[in-house]
Design a protein around this ligand. Structure first.
Ligand code: ADP
Length: 482
């Protein structure tokens, strides 16, 4: 089975969120199960700056663009477990950020990623990689499905190629002016509601939903939720029409990178059988955030998150007094919207002994938080899958989450009577519900016997990529046979 993966970020090369984790891990596990997977992404400035061993595989290849022939080059990285190809076009990708500056998105993102999608198809053809499945991720890759439908798919090379579009977040759809169609060499007739038009704009994600052989999301629950107005972001009707071809597969965890037994970021390693090292991790974490324990054994809560409206950080800001009244302390690592960053910086001033804050993206510290905390808070308004709850489980750090999307699929409320479950969940997106759930967790935290059982349940949870890769391969087979 040959699979071409198109994604705008891929671990370890570039990452701003969970998509990068998925695009960097899933191919490895698909390969272990026999697939030949090639991954394509743009050649960003930050990737160029690192000294990866790369081989140029295409030099100034031409695609039709803005009514003329326009060049791109491509580089291959073959030192990992699967080949990765970087699409080079400096005008578009040699920039300081992936999608935009702190002041906002790059205004030509439509052009940038439509170019990436088209050049990717051209590259796949030029290197002669006969893809059975073209697997595109999110709006940045979605125009590949439009090019496949309008041109590339008609030729003999892609004739038998089927496709899968994976949506990692419905809220990011890629909306651009209609001129993008002409720029990209696509028929203007696609600008109608039955095709790519969406309230006066071209909607890239729609290209994937309409034209891919099948669509998937990153959890079963989210695949249902996005068919409702609350979560569908205006595309719920269209998604309902594709209901038969819409699937949900929960993401996996790369346990070679997220494992307290071997994690080099931790002050001490520990395991499910021997938890002693976790206390040292807590001390180390408090120190890293310049905090002293409020009182012996006080619970420490962690958050690692993009600071975006989706993540419900406002519910936490509103609930800080309630959290700190209980004697708990909180450490937050995050970066994102200025407004939320400011709110947190203000809160840090107000609660210097209870709140530790790092504004920034820091992989190393994120591992320390997973290990050093007792509880991990994820109050997302919506969450397509969510990875951090799965990481925290493996580190015996108990998640308190909102029951939505993949959070709902991966966390089961702890039931003291049966000693079953791996965390705590709340329903309404309100501070009151969050605090309620948090207080339930605190009551249990005081019961050493039950708490230790809960930690062991959490650490036993298995969200391996092997399992997820098996589902994807099964889905590829279903797509190919229909
Ligand atoms: P999303 O993709 O919506 O941001 P996910 O939970 O799916 O949310 O994935 C987020 C990923 O990014 C996780 O690997 C998480 O550890 C990481 N992450 C988020 N914010 C930070 C940060 N400030 N520093 C380090 N890692 C972060």
């Amino acid at each position: 089975m040959n699979v071409a993966f198109l994604a705008s970020e891929v671990v370890p090369f570039v990452k701003t969120g969970g998509l990068a984790d998925v695009a960097g891990s899933l191919p490895r596990f698909l390969k272990e199960q026999g697939a030949d997977v090639r991954v394509l992404l743009p050649f960003y400035k930050s990737v160029k700056a690192k000294d990866y061993p790369l081989k140029k595989v295409v030099e100034s290849s031409l695609i039709s663009w803005r009514g003329a022939l326009s060049p791109f080059s491509a580089w291959e990285y073959s030192a990992g477990s699967f080949p990765v190809y970087f699409i080079e076009r400096d005008e578009y990708f040699d920039r300081d950020f992936l999608y935009g500056t702190p002041d906002g998105d790059y205004p030509d993102n439509g052009e940038r990623f439509a170019f990436f999608a088209k050049a990717s198809l051209e590259l796949i053809q030029q290197i002669g990689f006969k893809a059975d499945i073209l697997h595109g991720h999110d709006w940045q890759a979605a125009m590949a499905f439009a090019f496949l439908r309008n041109g590339y798919g008609d030729g003999p090379f892609f004739k038998a190629t089927k496709s899968l579009m994976t949506i990692h977040n419905m809220a990011y759809q890629g909306l651009f002016e209609k001129e993008i169609l002409q720029t990209a060499g696509l028929p203007g007739s696609l600008f109608r509601p039955e095709d790519l038009e969406f309230f006066g704009k071209v909607n890239f994600l729609k290209a994937g939903i309409l034209y891919a052989s099948a669509v998937s999301t990153v959890s079963p629950r989210y695949s249902q939720e996005i068919q409702t107005p609350e979560f569908g972001c205006g595309l719920e009707g269209l998604l309902r029409t594709r209901n038969e071809r819409l699937f949900g597969i929960l993401n996996g965890v790369d346990y070679s990178a997220w494992n307290p037994e071997i994690d080099p970021a931790l002050a001490e390693n520990y395991s499910r059988r021997s938890l002693e090292g976790k206390a040292a991790c807590k001390q180390d974490l408090l120190q890293a955030f310049g905090l002293r324990p409020a009182k012996p054994g006080a619970p420490l809560i962690g958050i690692v998150s993009r600071l975006a409206g989706q993540k419900g950080i406002d519910l936490i800001v509103e609930g800080l007094e309630g959290i700190f009244d209980s004697g708990a302390q909180l450490v937050i690592l995050g970066t994102g919207e200025n407004k939320i960053e400011k709110q947190l910086l203000e809160a840090r001033k107000k609660y210097p002994r209870s709140l530790g804050l790092k504004i920034g993206f820091d992989e190393f510290i994120s591992h320390k938080i997973m290990a050093g905390c007792d509880l991990f808070l994820i109050p997302s308004r919506y969450e397509p899958c969510g990875l951090t709850q799965m990481y925290s489980l493996r580190y015996g750090t108990i998640p308190v989450v909102r029951a939505t999307g993949g959070l709902d699929d991966s966390i089961q409320e702890f039931d003291p009577a049966h000693r079953s479950g791996n965390g705590f969940k709340f329903g309404p997106p309100t501070t009151a519900a969050l605090l309620d759930s948090f207080r339930k967790a605190l009551v249990l935290y005081e019961n050493k016997d039950l708490w230790s059982r809960l930690i062991r349940n959490a650490m036993a949870a298995d969200f391996s990529w092997e399992r997820a890769a098996r589902y994807y391969l099964e889905l590829y087979r279903v797509i190919l046979s229909s």
